[in-house]
Design a protein around this ligand. Sequence first.
Ligand code: GLC
Length: 440
Amino acid sequence: MSETPDLRTAAQAVLDANRREGYTAPAPHLYPHQWLWDSCFIAIGLRHYDTARAKQEIESLLAAQWHDGMVPHMVFAPDFEYQADRMAWHSAGNPASPDHIATSGITQPPLLAEAVSRIGSKLPRAERIDWYRVIVPKVVRYHQWLYSARDPFMTGLVSCVHPWETGFDNTPAWMEIQRSRRLPVWLQVMAHIGLVGQFERFRRDTREIPADQRYETADALASFAAQRRLRALRYNDAAMLARGPFNVQDAAFNAMLIRNNALLLKLASAAGVTVPPGLRASFTQAKSAFQDLYDESTGHYFPRDLSTGNLVPAASIASLLALYSGSVSKERAAALVKMIEDEHAFGPDFPLPSVPVNSPYFNPKRYWQGPTWLNTNWLVADGLRRYGYREYAAALAEISLELTSKHGFYEYYHPYDGKPLGAQGFSWTAALTIDFMHTQ
Ligand code: GLC
């Protein structure tokens, strides 16, 4: 590509503009805090030109690790102007929350082992081992927390307690689940007297981004209501699973966890860190339990809603993340690749859509209900490469680079015409552009 050096410079400029004290914000204005999986993707890009900063991106996340091992999905910026965000979560209500650091009370896709291994590959051997010795025990504790706190009945699959934990905030399955629940009384009243529309005026996101590219207001309100419920339960895991608004085994989250379990075992052996036998057993069990989320009739992986025990048949990119997990058979991988080839499924002109285009829920502009995102392209490309589909992985990298070189670094893109959508100057899009340029 002739514009390659410029693209790299432009991507680095985004990461510089979003740089904060010890971390990189996902985007200016809209996302000022530190987010878990964002920082993992960001570090994967940073490692190509600034390993010290890549390490710091991960260290600042882990500095906010809870005493019980959880790594929170958000670490709040300390500035006075964000007092309301910190208070809305009130993480100090849980005794395991970290001292003097305000965080959210839930987690996000566990991609730490991925980020740490990628950074490690860029470090000289001695520095790598020294760094692993400090970092890897913390990641082991995190995975230990995931299985003990979020899979207390040892099913092999961990539960998410809020849509925001999955990273796919408004994917159709979550909206279906939320809509099937009784809304809290205050929200019912608001809906009844027609006040839901008024809430629009207070939304930070729709002040910056057209409303048809974001959550529908009623769905956003239900998610905020669910967060308030978790705060009332003080983010106590047992209480959230038993009495919270959401208890779901997400295929995407578990797929990412399974791959990161495997990477963690490698990291631990490189660093001489022990992984307890019970945890190793969970890692093994996870791979077979994951297949319980497969739906033979549609060929998709679906989430299981533990409040009903049923799979929620709303297809999404989660199906393709099974490739990233590395735990599906070659035959099943081939069937998933067929869906990528199919223009009516995951193969429109600018793939991969976050929901297949033949889904009744598909909406090409709305956030996680159809647009193409670079982080999922990156994860699926990585999986494809490991299953031997190198050309497909290269094509995804090329399309991703085409999107960013043509339009800049947006949060997501229209899967039919590639037009940019959502927040501008989005960090993981910039970071993964840099990484795609290296892996092509
Ligand atoms: C949105 C996304 C989530 C991301 C966060 C910060 O909430 O849905 O996945 O981590 O923004 O970019």
